[in-house]
Write a protein that binds this ligand. Structure first.
Ligand code: NAD
Length: 492
């Protein structure tokens, strides 16, 4: 298969909605930019309520057959889709990198393999979920639980890990027997459209997976507000989640919300410094810092602080910003001009408040080839001297920026780590196992990694506390979200 095999208009890639197993073109389009050049390269359907209506109807029609198939039969199809994604890995990796701006090496090693694995994982996971059974002999009865798919699932995903996060929703939803209408981010729709081309060969029946492309306020809003969509799984910003919650309230929809973060790293003086610095540079700057789990506040025990700062800045300077197609680039382009300006705005704000910018934005010059000089690039930026109350320390920046600050006691570090409205992830660094457990247990975050980052077992719950989310996703958690439980009691 080829990215441009269908839907090319001049040199532009023109995407189409995928509804009821067919590609359906849309009258209006949204321009999508190549972040590494700043040029328009793709036209994304600007779908609205009408397209969403047709997609929901197709999904509704496909539901009775799909939900009545055995989990094993559905699993076979998910595995086939995983095979096909793996077979076309290189092409998907290149397309993801071009669409999102991330280094192609990251798309090749993370985004696309994980997208395929999402299907493989849930194909297997759904076969291993058990229900409860409880005899009550004194009442001569036996009760058991049954889990059923709900119907049409509405799935909305962001632009930072486009196919990875979309498949993280599609896979468990259809494995559990639902049919779906998905809406990827209008800024990164290409790989979702490419995946639609694999559906028929994988054996996905028409209407089981429908993808409607478009903006949040039009297509997304129509999906969330559709009366025939009883559940919505959303990954994106906290502000959008608030809007989705309001919009779905009149229908009492089931919601799963995976939102933003302002994730701390707490580094004690007895940490394995080499490992900590290597990992914390990665956790701060991977995917241009555009991962909800990225570290953006680093608290370092005061006795270690000068050495940590010096070594961290030296390592950050080596985090190479370059053209995404260059395999030696660590840091590609940010998603859009607006986002780049927003991230740069946080660095200016820190500067105006008296902070020190040690490297990156405004300090280091980028050396980019001519065609990429209008791309949305920004080097890895390290800041110190920002007060905890500053917007720079409170708000999600979602770019290659991290702030470092010293602390004096364990209690202080915990309190400052918890002093934001978010609670998604955190890292704790120390060789003292007792301390690591004590601190990890007191940190308000859905995920705490100690002496590591982003080590994931998909069986385990993923999600945030406070303003970082509602609900959890993962093997059992996703199965529970995408099914409805019923208790059946038999009197004998
Ligand atoms: P966003 O909220 O702007 O958009 C996310 C999706 O929602 C997009 O598809 C968008 O079109 C859609 N949308 C926007 N307005 C909508 C509306 N009114 N109704 C329905 N849908 C609407 O987020 P983004 O900028 O695409 O992504 C970045 C955010 O996502 C960051 O805050 C990041 O932390 C978060 N994120 C969280 C996780 C997680 O698992 N917790 C993972 C990745 C990203």
């Amino acid at each position: 298969m080829s990215e441009g095999s269908k839907g090319s208009k001049g040199s532009l890639l023109v995407l189409e909605n995928f509804i009821g197993g067919k590609f359906i073109s849309c009258q209006n389009h949204i321009e999508s930019f190549d972040p590494s050049t700043g040029e328009i390269y793709c036209l994304v359907p600007d779908s609205g309520p009408q397209e969403v209506d047709v997609a929901v109807a197709a999904a509704k029609e496909a539901f009775p057959d799909w939900s009545s198939r055995s989990p094993e039969a559905r699993a076979q199809i998910l595995n086939k889709l995983a095979d096909l994604l793996e077979k076309n890995l290189e092409e998907f990796a290149k397309a993801e990198s071009r669409d999102q701006g991330k280094p192609v090496s990251l798309a090749r090693s993370l985004d696309i393999p994980r997208s395929a694995y999402n299907f493989r994982f849930f194909a297997s996971s759904v076969l291993h979920q058990l229900n409860d059974c409880r005899p009550m002999d004194h009442l001569s009865s036996l009760s058991y639980t049954q889990r059923c798919p709900l119907g049409v699932a509405g799935l909305i995903s962001p632009w930072n890990l486009p196919l990875y996060l979309l498949t993280w929703k599609i896979a468990p939803a259809i494995a559990a027997g639902n049919t779906v209408v998905a809406k990827p981010s209008e800024m990164t729709s290409a790989t979702a459209w490419m995946m639609c081309k694999l559906m028929e060969e994988a054996g996905v029946p028409p209407g089981v997976v429908n993808i409607v492309f478009g903006s949040g306020p039009r297509a997304g809003d129509a999906l969330v507000g559709h009366p025939d969509v009883p559940l919505v799984s959303f990954t994106g910003s906290t502000a959008t989640a608030q809007r989705i919650t309001e919009r779905s309230a009149p229908y009492c929809k089931k919601l799963s919300l995976e939102l933003g973060g302002k994730n701390p790293a707490v580094v004690f003086a007895d940490a394995d410094l080499e490992r900590c610095i290597e990992t914390t540079v990665r956790s701060s700057f991977s995917n241009q810092g555009e991962i909800c789990l990225c570290t953006s506040r680093i608290y370092v025990e005061r006795s270690l602080y000068p050495e940590f700062l010096q070594r961290f800045v030296a390592a950050a300077k080596k985090w190479k910003t370059g053209v995404p197609s260059d395999p030696s680039s660590n840091n590609g382009a940010l998603i859009s001009k607006e986002h780049l300006e927003k991230v740069q705005g946080f660095v200016s704000l820190a500067k105006s408040e008296g902070a020190v910018i040690h490297c990156g934005e405004g300090v280091d010059q980028l050396d980019l080839p001519e065609p990429n000089r209008s791309g949305y690039f920004m080097p890895a930026t390290v800041i110190s001297g920002v007060s905890d109350g500053s917007r720079v320390m409170q708000e999600e920046i979602f770019g290659p920026v991290t702030c470092i600050s010293p602390f004096d006691s364990e209690e202080e570090a915990i309190s400052r780590a918890n002093g934001v409205r978010y609670g998604l992830s955190a890292t704790v660094w120390s060789r003292d196992v007792e301390k690591v457990h004590r601190v990890a247990q007191k940190i308000q975050a859905g995920l705490v990694w100690t002496n590591c980052w982003l080590v994931r077992d998909l069986n385990l719950p993923f999600g945030g506390m406070k303003n970082s989310g509602v609900g959890r996703e993962g093997g059992k958690d996703s199965y529970h979200f995408f099914t409805e439980i019923k208790t059946i009691t038999i009197k004998h």
